[in-house]
Design a protein around this ligand. Sequence first.
Ligand SMILES: Cc1cc2nc3c(=O)[nH]c(=O)nc-3n(C[C@H](O)[C@H](O)[C@H](O)COP(=O)(O)OP(=O)(O)OC[C@H]3O[C@@H](n4cnc5c(N)ncnc54)[C@H](O)[C@@H]3O)c2cc1C
Length: 386
Amino acid sequence: MNFQLTQEQEMLVESVRSFVAKELLPHEEAVDRADEVSPELAAEIRGKAIAAGFYAFNMPEEVGGGGLDYLSQALIERELSKVSWAVHVFVARPSKILMACKGQQIEDYLLPCVQGEKVDCFALTEPGAGSDANAIKTRAVRDGDDFILNGSKHFISHAGHADFAIVFAVTDSYEHNGRKRNAVTSFLVDRNTPGMTIRRGPKCVSNRGYHTFEMFFDDCRVPASKVLGEVDKGWEVANAWLTAGRVMVAANCVGQAQRALDVSLQWAADRKQFGQAIGSYQGVSFKLADMATQIRAAELLTLHTAWKMDQGSMTDGEAGMAKLFASEVLGKVADEAVQIFGGMGLMDEGPVERIWRNARIERIWEGTSEIQRHIISRELLRPLLR
Ligand SMILES: Cc1cc2nc3c(=O)[nH]c(=O)nc-3n(C[C@H](O)[C@H](O)[C@H](O)COP(=O)(O)OP(=O)(O)OC[C@H]3O[C@@H](n4cnc5c(N)ncnc54)[C@H](O)[C@@H]3O)c2cc1C
């Protein structure tokens, strides 16, 4: 096996790293304190990301995106996540699901998202349907050339900045192994569509400034031309994208964990107690050794999984393993970083308490750790169970 990055990948990592240090990190603390990103700052970051060629790096070249392989994308995600999501989200990665756009949708949604003219959000989760996405209750009923949507969503990230939402709604149901399953359709719903309202959700401890929203659909009329993909085939459109997204979350976790280790190493070398640097005590240095070892394992697993995705041989279980392991390593590493910093680790004057808070969401969104374990164990057992 060849573990060597190409020269292009090395250069890519270097340029994203310096972009993060110069253009993003200086804003993190103020954004976190204000729990807000001003429209001016959002536009500034977006503009600089476009100029640097990082915007929409996840999208294929034929639609104007970066056209990068998944391994390169994972490397960029790892670097971007050394700053809070609230800031690096403006180096946008449009929902890959938009590649299902057809005809006029390409001009109206896909291309503007790649070019930085429009922003999307992904609206699946509902108050009664989180891990069990099949339990969504938002319904879309055909009425002539339109669908009429009724229901609600919550926890929808970034909807306040979005020009449109990719909304999942039940359009039919069917029996599968004696259980009722929903047939779901995804719709492109413009921000000011009558019948759709958006409201800021509760404050979140992770990634302050990166908000979630509640969305309400009250006889919201959406033309059939706004169906993304095929009617009743919403899961097919979503699943391909969601699985790849989990590997990118794993890469985000590796980057955050590496940042936690870097600041911990420096602190362990600088902070003196009992006349010596605390890093000279095994109680601290062994923590650093464990953190570095766990991060290395998470990184190798993540990059290998991204590489397998490039080869077309990655399974859902493998994507789940990367997300599960990297997010749990991040949780442990962030917690140990607080311990190494002592009381200062809990104060909002340094990045450690922010890293610790931001780490917590990673075991929940894009499928909780428990759901990843379901996916992995199901894949292992399926050939054996009859
Ligand atoms: C900050 C934030 C941003 C988000 N952004 C978006 C977004 O942009 N778009 C979107 O659609 N959604 C978004 N989500 C939703 C996110 O994907 C869900 O929160 C997540 O899938 C978990 O659902 P839940 O919170 O309802 O928890 P639940 O599903 O209620 O789970 C609660 C607990 O029960 C466990 N559990 C549930 N079922 C099982 C089971 N079968 N076996 C074992 N354990 C189980 C879970 O693992 C968890 O520990 C966001 C959430 C947050 C917090």
